[in-house]
Design a protein around this ligand. Structure first.
Ligand code: SF4
Ligand code: MG
Length: 334
């Protein structure tokens, strides 16, 4: 399959001069046409900044200082802003955790949807209106014609997220970036939205970059997984391998927390400690202060991301050794 998005050694920094902090550090990712890649990690690990770097929506605070982002062969970081604007929302669509922030509160749903469709497809005003109604029906909104005349604040969170999906998919994007799309929704609605995304993906062949900290969502949606920690990718594998043979202690910790939840302990046991701040990145392995397997070398020398086997890479001195087989019970997860 052909790659649709290739991110290579991306580095994104915030601030300038002596205040410069690296938030995304040498991230390399590859998404093929029609594929879903989940980018996983705790908040503050650089997942959203990676997505915003792709969209070139870092605002005034961040900038990409190194790397390439190739989308269908074009290097997005070198495109004129006008060209980028037509890619955004058209060829690459994005949905966020809180759809309210992406919707315009003073325009009706219909006006926003039609404007989007007219800007990115060749439809006239009237055609755009009819198409918008069809898209709303497609995402399962009853009384679509009425929803068209409604303002965003009159709708529930689940309805707003459906509208965002309708908007995102109305231009048949080649890539959908979904940043915690179901995090703000309750469990039942969450399942409906994921089901809808899957259905539409299978129908349209849109590739998805799915950002989440929820491993249930990963298991449901993803073909491949990349785990991010403190701005770096620490492990990358296909979804089956990741769940059955996690090699990085951090991935094992994330998975362990759902094992405990399944075992009925009723509480998500997070890995003790916190993601280090980009202002005070520890020497050596960035995970060492939280890692049960840390040894002397880990505190001194940063491990490189190494290819362990085809399609799988790990950033850990012990990968393939002790750490890889150290978590009992993981084989039951799936
Ligand atoms: Fe743990 Fe060392 Fe591996 Fe880092 S390199 S994850 S500290 S074992
Ligand atoms: Mg985020």
């Amino acid at each position: 399959m052909k790659s649709i998005l290739e991110i290579e050694r991306l580095r994104t920094v915030f601030g300038s001069g002596r205040e410069t902090v690296t938030v995304v550090d040498e991230v390399t990712l590859d998404i093929k046409e029609g594929e879903t890649l989940a980018l996983v990690g705790e908040s503050g690990s650089g997942k959203s900044v990676t997505a915003l770097s792709v969209m070139r929506l870092l605002g005034g605070i961040g900038r990409t200082s190194q790397g390439q982002i190739r989308f269908g062969g074009r290097d997005l970081l070198r495109l004129p802003e006008a060209e980028m604007r037509s890619i955004r929302g058209g060829e690459i669509a994005m949905i966020f955790q809180e759809p309210m922030s992406a919707l315009n509160p003073v325009l009706t749903i219909g006006d926003q949807l039609k404007e989007m469709i007219r800007r990115h497809t060749k439809r006239s005003g009237r055609e755009a209106g009819a198409y918008a109604v069809r898209m709303l029906e497609k995402v399962g909104l009853p009384r679509a014609a009425e929803v068209m005349k409604t303002y965003p604040h009159r709708l529930s969170g689940g309805m707003r997220q459906r509208i965002m999906i309708a908007m995102a998919l109305s231009c048949s994007p080649k890539l959908l970036i979904a940043d915690e799309p179901t995090t703000a929704l309750d469990v039942t609605i969450q399942a409906q939205i994921l089901g809808l995304m899957k259905e539409l993906r299978d129908e349209t062949g849109t590739a998805i970059l799915l950002i989440t900290h929820d491993l249930g969502v990963v298991a449901e949606m993803a073909d491949k997984v990349a785990v991010m920690y403190a701005g770096q990718i620490v492990e990358q594998a296909d979804v089956f391998t990741m769940f059955h043979q996690p090699a990085h202690p951090y991935t094992q910790g994330l998975l362990n927390s759902i094992v405990r939840l399944d075992a009925g302990e009723g509480r998500l046991e997070a890995i003790p400690g916190m993601v280090p701040s980009p202002r005070q990145m520890p020497k050596g392995c960035r995970f060492h202060s939280r890692c049960a397997f840390a040894e002397e070398r880990c505190r001194r020398e940063p491990p490189l991301l190494k290819q362990a086997e085809a399609g799988r890479s790990v950033r850990c001195w012990l990968a393939g050794g002790q750490a890889a087989s150290a978590v009992p019970g993981l084989l039951e997860v799936g």
